[in-house]
Design a protein around this ligand. Structure first.
Ligand SMILES: [Zn+2]
Length: 133
């Protein structure tokens, strides 16, 4: 029986299981993951996730690595810039700032690891979204 699937979107497949907090975080990641991204080689929005950290363009076939769920993360982008420009000193402050941000608001990758740890924290945040149970 499918009733309140409007807000649940892709996580509606879990039904009444696992709790709204966990599901809303899964939804947040899945929406980013399923989005079409622009190819770094040909520019077409045809990049699809193949596996964790592996992305492939469906237009030109370019295969490249990136974040676990999205082709390029904030910290990954900074590292890439540091390597290509070979200027590590200037970007370190920027990188530290970005890392600091991900500590407060866990990134996609960090979230997977610390899912259980943060389970209690985010409850109040998503309480308003409780549609079932
Ligand atoms: Zn391409």
């Amino acid at each position: 029986m499918k009733v309140a699937t409007k807000k649940l979107k892709s996580v509606a497949r879990f039904g009444a299981r696992y709790g709204t907090g966990v599901k809303s975080r899964v939804l947040e990641i899945e929406q980013k993951q399923k989005k079409k991204y622009n190819c770094p080689q040909c520019g077409f929005a045809k990049v699809k996730r193949q596996a964790r950290g592996i992305f492939q363009c469906r237009k030109c076939g370019a295969k490249f690595t990136g974040g676990a769920y999205i082709p390029e993360t904030l910290t990954g982008g900074i590292i890439r810039k540091m390597v290509t420009q070979k200027s590590f000193v200037h970007s370190i402050a920027e990188l530290l700032e970005a890392t600091e941000k991900t500590k407060h608001k866990p990134s996609v990758e960090a979230e997977e690891e610390h899912a259980e740890k943060h389970e209690k924290h985010k409850k109040h945040k998503h309480e308003a979204e409780a549609v079932e149970e």
